[in-house]
Design a protein around this ligand. Structure first.
Ligand code: AMP
Length: 190
């Protein structure tokens, strides 16, 4: 499965909680890139400008990272992708990666939050974590990119009938409860 939503919607937090509850590994492209930046790897040095500007990392790099990660053994039984795909060409790449491994996506969860609340949350997060891409200009740019590039991905999953939209307003616990309820309704246990 995957989780998507605008920057600041809380998808990272909810992905971690879902991972613990459901026992599936999270693959977060944002986390992978931040780790590379922190560890000063060659990839980190290539991607840092994009992260700091709030731009998408070029597809060639991002797709390679995801392809390599999804070929590892620990995700054979399933995974929760956080932050990928973010545009329609990444979506096509994910279809390809899954198809060659004989897998298919069960569900794409989308968290929805209005823009004013997102900006408020991210400015708050900036004071807590000091993420270099949580300044107001960069935040607005990342939101714009989400609307332009990533919403078409949600539409595509909606057309395939696998999009589960969940209201991302409210407390972390409320949102997690809604997520679980929506997943249970879509995948009832026998
Ligand atoms: P996130 O933690 O998901 O908000 O991602 C943080 C940053 O990492 C983004 O603003 C992008 O610069 C980069 N990034 C993460 N995922 C992707 C992706 N799928 N495609 C391109 N860039 C990405």
């Amino acid at each position: 499965m995957l989780i998507m939503g605008p920057p600041g919607c809380g998808k990272g937090t909810q992905a971690e909680r879902l991972s613990r509850r459901l026992g599936i590994t999270v693959v977060s492209t944002g986390e992978v890139f931040r780790d590379h930046v922190k560890n000063l790897t060659p990839l980190g040095q290539e991607v840092i400008v994009h992260l700091d500007a709030g731009d998408l990392v070029p597809d060639t790099l991002t797709n390679r990272v995801v392809r390599d990660r999804l070929n590892q053994n620990d995700v054979r039984v399933g995974f929760l992708l956080d932050g990928y795909p973010r545009n329609t060409s990444q979506l096509a790449e994910l279809d390809f990666i899954l198809a060659i491994n004989g897998h298919a996506l069960d569900v794409a969860v989308q968290l929805t939050v209005d823009d004013a609340e997102l900006v408020r949350r991210m400015l708050h997060r900036a004071t807590m974590t000091g993420r270099s891409d949580d300044t107001e200009d960069v935040i607005r740019h990342r939101l714009e990119l989400y609307h332009q590039e990533t919403e078409p991905v949600a539409s595509a999953y909606s057309q395939r009938g696998i999009l589960l939209s969940v209201d991302g307003m409210g407390s972390e616990d409320e949102i997690f409860g809604r997520l679980l309820a929506a997943l249970r309704a879509s995948f009832p246990r026998p």
